[in-house]
Design a protein around this ligand. Structure first.
Ligand SMILES: Cc1cc2nc3c(=O)[nH]c(=O)nc-3n(C[C@H](O)[C@H](O)[C@H](O)COP(=O)(O)O)c2cc1C
Length: 349
């Protein structure tokens, strides 16, 4: 499969991306997403500087060549550590290194990074500068529009201004505040209100910066609408849960003429990949397969297909055998639905 990004693309590299999501956008998930869209930028899960500098680097950093363009997201605040990790990202071949200043989890706050860093712009600026000085790949930031009850535009404008002075040119803005106390990270992705106009205002005020909007985007029409105001859109949960939506993105947002792969072709390529993973690692395919369970959503038989792939009793069976059972279950339901429809039409005639 040829999957390299056409470097002649007229679009800015941040036009469309899939968000970094801990426990979700691992390397297997990213390969699956890449089978659906060639141009959309992909982000790793957040990796902390501590885990990278003192842990198993290949486990955190290895990725598949087809994932390009792919960005490594870091969690950390110590400038020297960030610089060392940015160097690792460059050495491993990542296309970008991104600093997480948007995660509100208490574990992350104890480590003094994530969203609480928005209250320490000088420290973030030092970290961004240290990374920029260390590498030649783009160094970018992902942040919120405010922390706790600070609702003023000035807060985020001053934050962006200060980080831009340190040399950062790309800002991915999750368009809601982070509430640092009393609610879970999940609630923090739902309860603080979305305020897209704040992100639009940032773009107007800093036209030379690349401003990417994130948060709550679902339909392609919403992506298109946001692209009228900002340089890029980052989609998280919707892309993960409804992956087939991404199959239209190259054509819709990167003007790449079809023919796109069919669901069957994507499934076949994905299962080949899983099979190779099982052969190489000896582990079950189930950890990888969980990312693809939404592939047939909306189609007749998708529930049965998903049930088979999630059923514990199949987990030690070879990929090809489970695939045969799952496809039979799916197409069996599809055939039943079609037969019912035909009967119904005959009765109407
Ligand atoms: C399961 C999960 C894990 C996440 N992990 C991260 C992370 O590691 N780093 C980060 O910057 N944001 C993380 N986020 C937040 C997303 O990147 C994104 O900002 C958020 O989900 C809002 O976008 P959406 O409404 O399109 O999902 C996570 C979100 C989810 C659902």
């Amino acid at each position: 499969m040829t999957n390299s990004l056409d470097k002649s693309t007229p679009y800015n590299p941040w036009r469309l991306s899939v968000a970094p999501m801990l426990d979700w956008t691992d390397r297997h998930c990213r390969v699956f997403h890449r089978l659906l869209t060639r141009h959309t930028r992909l982000y790793t899960e957040m990796v902390t500087t501590g885990a990278l500098l003192h842990g198993d680097q290949p486990r955190h950093l290895d990725f598949n060549e087809i994932e390009h363009p792919v960005a490594l997201q870091l969690g950390g605040s110590e400038p020297a550590d960030l610089a060392a990790c940015a160097k690792l990202a460059e050495k491993w071949g990542y296309d970008e290194v991104n600093l997480n200043c948007g995660c509100p989890s208490e574990r992350v706050q104890r480590g003094a990074f994530g969203a609480c860093l928005m209250a320490e712009p000088a420290l973030v600026a030092q970290g961004m500068k240290a990374m920029k000085d260390a590498v030649s790949i783009p160094v970018t930031i992902k942040h919120r529009i405010g922390v706790d009850r600070v609702e003023s535009y000035d807060f985020v404008r001053d934050f962006v201004g200060q980080i831009a002075e340190a040399g950062c040119e790309v800002f991915i803005v999750h368009a809601r505040n982070a509430w640092l106390q009393g609610i879970s990270p999940k609630e923090n992705r739902e309860l603080p209100p979305l305020r897209y106009e704040i992100v639009h205002q940032l773009k107007r005020e800093f036209p030379h910066l690349t401003i990417v909007l994130n948060g709550g985007i679902k339909a392609d029409a919403e992506i298109a609408e946001q692209l009228q105001h900002v340089d890029g859109v980052m989609v998280g949960r919707q892309a993960y849960h409804e992956p087939w939506q991404m199959a239209a993105w190259d054509e819709t947002f990167f003007a790449e003429a079809g023919p796109a792969l069919s669901r069957e072709q994507v499934e076949a390529a994905w299962l080949d990949y899983l099979q190779a993973q099982v052969a190489a690692s000896g582990r079950s395919w189930s950890q990888g397969m969980r990312h693809a369970l939404g592939l047939w959503n909306g189609q007749a038989g998708s529930r049965r297909w998903r049930q088979i792939w999630s059923d514990h009793q199949y987990k030690s069976m070879p990929v090809a055998e489970v695939a045969a059972v799952a496809t039979q279950a799916r197409t069996g339901v599809a055939a039943q639905v079609q037969a019912h429809e035909e009967q119904f039409q005959q009765r109407l005639a």
